[in-house]
Design a protein around this ligand. Structure first.
Ligand SMILES: *Cc1c(COP(=O)(O)O)cnc(C)c1O
Length: 381
């Protein structure tokens, strides 16, 4: 097969380093002969719960599956509405739609505050509203506390798509643990990556048991338990899925979780460096300003261009300089499957037209930040 050589970016959008320790941990799994979900999944869940302070954690194949299980366990059903940002990855909306419930899109707070606006959420609450799904954009807590209050006030569940926010906290409390349940992603470009993987955190063992049942066909016993002779038969008590994660990914997750805090710290330094350099570029506004004394995962570094600057031409100019960029996100309310003429989200639309996501990853260098910001300054001058 012909190899597909990726473009050699001087600065890629995201990048993964797999250490020798990571590789050794994964190799041990393959040598052990037990590859599918087993004891390492339990260990990864326990370590993840300990790290985030969540009462329970359930590991799954990816965050889309995590969101889907969370939506099922929350009892979402046709006729229910879930208010969520449109400015998110489409999986947030799909996960709710899989249950038959309807995603209802709310606007963001501002161009430099691209998180869901509680006032916009409040305006969309109806008797059908069952939950609010927050998505801490870029790992920033945004209005998480106000959304939790709003949910409480109206008797709604707060669900968190914390795919960007592993390691972010308000005080000591981790994002993803402010609601009834939270979902995390271990996809290749996320702060903790295993390639494909996800986790649901939940309030108690009853919910965790329900999530585990739904993760594996609704079956009352696992292959691992049958393998060890702890169980023979099984019953099927609900319509579940196969959202299990394999042991190699759990070994990789465990290995990498140990350096997540350090890596998020490196991201924080790069974030400060970016902001300092961009202060001298008046056409470019950095978003997601840290504040409030918490800890941030710095999953994304995004900027908004001054009105009138051609965003796509700017991205092309950066690409010519070897700088890879992206746009997070084409808003969900503009996709054919969710489009609804009544949905009016002016701030989301403006952001989606003017924002650029710049490279950000733990081992990015200060020189690379310099390359990106000089290229950007040159492009918008
Ligand atoms: C990455 C991401 C997801 C999906 O995660 P997968 O693990 O790829 O399924 C969902 N929501 C948001 C906000 C994401 O960034």
């Amino acid at each position: 097969m012909a190899s597909v050589a990726p473009p050699r970016w001087r600065v890629p959008l995201a990048d993964v380093v797999v250490s020798d320790a990571d590789i050794a941990a994964v190799a041990d799994v393959y040598r052990s002969g037990w590859l599918s979900q087993g004891p390492l999944a339990k260990e990864f869940e326990a370590a993840f719960a300990a790290y985030t302070g969540a009462p329970c954690a359930v590991a799954v194949t990816n965050c889309t599956a995590a969101l889907h299980l969370m939506a099922m366990a929350a009892g979402l059903a046709p006729g229910d509405e879930v208010i969520m940002p449109s400015l998110t990855f489409v999986a947030t909306a799909n996960a709710v739609a899989y249950t038959g419930a309807t995603p209802v899109f709310a606007d963001i707070a501002g161009l430099a505050e691209p998180w869901m606006d509680p006032d916009s959420v409040r305006a969309r609450i109806t008797p059908r509203t069952k939950a609010i799904m927050s998505m801490p954009y870029g790992g920033h807590p945004g209005e998480t506390l106000a959304l939790a209050e709003l949910a409480e006030e109206h008797g709604l569940l707060l669900l968190e798509d914390a795919a960007h926010a592993l390691g972010s906290r308000i005080g000591a409390r981790h994002l993803g643990t402010f609601g009834w349940a939270g979902a995390y992603s271990f996809f290749s470009n996320k702060n903790l990556t295993v390639g494909e993987g996800g986790m649901v955190v939940c309030p108690d063992e009853d919910v965790a048991a329900r999530l585990r049942l739904l993760r594996s066909h609704g079956m009352t016993t696992l292959s691992w338990d049958r393998h060890r002779g702890h169980a023979t038969g099984y019953d099927v008590v609900t319509r579940g899925h196969n959202f299990r994660i394999d042991e190699a990914r759990c070994a990789l997750g465990l290995s990498r979780l140990g350096r997540l805090e350090h890596e998020n710290g490196l991201r924080a330094v790069l974030d400060r460096d970016y902001r300092e350099r961009l202060r001298e570029v008046p056409q470019v506004e950095a978003t997601l300003a840290p504040g409030g004394g918490g800890t941030l995962a710095h999953h994304l570094f995004t900027v908004v261009l001054a009105e009138g600057i051609d965003r796509d031409a700017t991205r092309r100019a950066l690409a010519e300089q070897g700088v890879q960029t992206s746009v997070h996100y084409p808003p969900a309310h503009r996709f054919q499957i969710f489009a609804d003429a009544a949905t009016h989200l002016p701030v989301t639309d403006a952001y989606a037209a003017r924002a650029i996501t710049l490279p950000m990853y733990a081992h990015m260098t200060e020189e690379q930040v310099e390359i990106v910001t000089s290229a950007l300054a040159g492009a918008v001058a």
